[in-house]
Design a protein. Structure first.
Length: 614
């Protein structure tokens, strides 16, 4: 089987009305050089005619082609919802006859019968190819046995221009950087596919030019190779670690498949739980040194966090980096090298979180209801969780950076209090870690009074609903049912309630911290007989694990074990037996609780008693 590339750059045009370009041929030459190492044959054409391009396809049509790549740099035109690639003899007044329509390009590729085809178009309006794809690839072509797979990267949308500089097109530059290793993608697979490269290109180009690369993958049933991976060799840090692992030699097929699944996921599908499960599977198979663990964590974090920067949740990229960093939690208590690396990485994560919060505040300034999602009635459930999460990340960032609340954080809390007071609701156990983190972080800051108001709103809500909180495992399909039952206070025999509740526990303990004894004690009557509970781990070093085995649950019943939040604090003080932890371990386990909110960093409320705020 053969890997072939047809690479076209068109600077010169015969028709006077078509402006000549400066760097399309340079781009084609750069692409040809970059693809050369892993390609059997490259056909490079500088400013060819339409017939010359068609002839190039004809010359390879009888070969047994596994991977066929077509690259084009030059003018592109969308007319009547069709994309036309302009070659040397193209006449704008007769595009169908004198250019290379994208539909014709697909037919030329299909005649070559490759297993997989890659198309890269660095041309203005190249995003207009979407209509051609939808009309040219029928349901019989997509997904049928023997049909070829297609990966396509277009440099910009149909309304945009493809920016070029004297050095070449910005999109081509970003692609070449991925091929030659200037930009790290991953070092797991022997080859890179165009889709994983495209994710990085979209981020890189979008950050430096007013153009938005777009990409598609169709019928990707087999290997979708584009180029060799420059980071895969026997000298790769990960492969060296694998080779030195006693008794293993290589990762199991299960672990390798887990890594491939992560790298092949669409940006909106990447989830901290999937990343955690893959990391733990690998960790349990390899005997990595601290240095190797750091290197593995760093490289995987770079690859996956870049891949999910277009995720609708603005915190997702940070969450994925944090999950990779959490791989080091197990050794964070004893290894100083890991402690130093964790501290440095958490500082970067905290800084990025502040950047996200600044954007959230900018969105709120423009439209005060921008926090509301698109889940309809379900927003009554999901919006309070979303608000708690933002508050928790703000508190975490400030605590790690050890700085006073920024103007954006103070403004965020003001927006929440003024616009979303009814959504400062205690509705799900998943809010527990964020409430604890926010309370502890804002207590001795200028944001104390704002968070105290939010804490009061949360307490009023649990009192009004008699301590009814949804279990953290509540399925999305049951959300509406929960809201209806909560409104009518009809929960007899319903299985998705938190009992005992860690959220109610955290709100009452935070009330002690903020000295709200009088205010909260008056409302405890509405919570009579409610069970409040916390799971205290034997060590916070286990907070990455899917299930924390070692530890103890403490449960206090209102009206039986205590009658005021002051008494609750006394019981809480005597119940804590978790071993001490260093600062990096505390904040890394706190980070884990925000990624997996079924666990709470109770260590932040250790010795909880009313104090005097600054």
């Amino acid at each position: 089987m053969t890997r072939i590339a047809i690479v076209v750059g068109c600077d010169i045009y015969d028709i006077a009305s078509v402006r000549n370009l400066n760097s399309a041929e340079i781009d084609a030459e750069r692409m040809a050089d970059a693809l050369g190492a892993g390609t059997n044959r490259i056909i490079l054409q500088r400013s060819p005619s339409v017939a010359e391009v068609q002839s190039a396809f004809a010359s390879i049509s009888t070969e047994n082609i596994e991977d066929l790549t077509f690259y084009f740099a030059g003018h592109g035109v969308v007319r009547s919802d069709r994309l036309y690639l302009c070659l040397r003899n193209t006449d704008p007044d007769s595009l169908a006859a004198t250019s290379l329509p994208f539909q014709t390009l697909l037919l030329l590729i299909q005649d070559c019968s490759p297993t997989h085809a890659n198309i890269v178009i660095d041309a203005c309006q190249s995003g207009g190819v979407a209509e051609d794809i939808s009309s040219s690839l029928s349901h019989r072509t997509i997904g049928s046995y023997g049909s070829f797979g297609l990966s396509l990267l277009a440099a910009c949308t149909r309304e945009q221009s493809a920016i070029e500089t004297d050095a070449g097109g910005v999109c081509t530059t970003a692609i070449v950087n991925c091929i030659n290793g200037t930009t790290f993608i991953q070092d797991i697979a022997d080859d890179l596919d165009l889709m994983e490269i495209a994710k990085h290109v979209a981020i890189s180009v979008g950050a430096q030019a007013k153009q938005s690369p777009i990409y598609w993958g169709v019928n990707l049933t087999g290997a979708a190779r584009f180029c060799i991976n420059p980071f895969v060799s026997e000298d790769s840090p990960v492969r060296r670690a694998i080779a030195k692992a006693p008794g293993l030699g290589v990762l199991s097929s299960e672990a390798r498949a887990a890594l491939f699944r992560l790298h092949n996921k669409a940006s909106e599908e990447i989830d901290p739980i999937d990343v955690r499960d893959a990391l733990l599977l690998i960790r349990n198979q390899l005997n990595l040194t601290p240095g190797q663990t750091i290197q593995f964590s760093r490289q995987l974090a770079t690859s996956l966090s870049l891949a999910c920067r277009s995720h609708p949740d603005p915190f997702r990229s940070i969450e994925i980096r944090s999950t990779c960093l959490a791989l080091l939690l197990k050794d964070c208590a004893t290894n100083k090298t890991i402690q130093q690396f964790v501290t440095q990485q958490m500082t970067e994560i905290a800084s990025d979180a502040i950047t996200v919060i600044e954007q959230v505040v900018n969105d709120l300034d423009e439209y005060k209801y921008s926090l509301i999602g698109n889940t309809g009635t379900g927003e009554l459930f999901f919006l309070p969780i979303r608000i708690s999460k933002i508050i928790g990340w703000a508190g975490f960032a400030l605590s790690v950076l050890k700085t006073p609340p920024t103007a954006s954080v103070l403004k965020l809390l003001d927006h929440i209090i003024e616009t979303y007071p009814l959504s400062c609701a205690a509705i799900s156990e998943d809010q527990s870690p964020f409430v604890v983190i926010g309370a502890r972080s804002f207590f001795q800051t200028s944001a104390h009074d704002q968070f105290e108001l939010i804490l009061g709103l949360l307490f009023s809500d649990i009192s009004a609903h008699h301590g009814v909180i949804a279990d953290s495992r509540l399925p999305a399909s049951e959300v509406i049912e929960f809201l209806l039952r909560r409104k009518e206070s009809k929960f007899d025999g319903w299985r998705w309630l938190a009992n005992p509740s860690s959220l109610s526990f955290s709100i009452l303990l935070c009330g002690v911290l903020y000295g709200l004894h009088n205010e909260f004690d008056l409302g405890l009557e509405d919570l009579d007989h409610c069970n409040l509970g916390a799971f205290l781990p034997a060590s916070y070093g286990s907070f990455l694990e899917p299930r924390i085995e070692d530890g103890a649950s403490v449960i206090f019943r209102l009206g039986h074990d205590f009658w005021s939040i002051g008494e609750l604090a006394e019981h809480w003080e005597s119940a804590q037996k978790t071993e001490g932890a260093n600062e990096s371990e505390i904040w890394l386990s706190t980070l884990c609780s925000m990624l997996f909110p079924d666990r709470v960093p109770w260590c932040l409320l250790k010795g909880c008693k009313a104090r005097t705020p600054l």
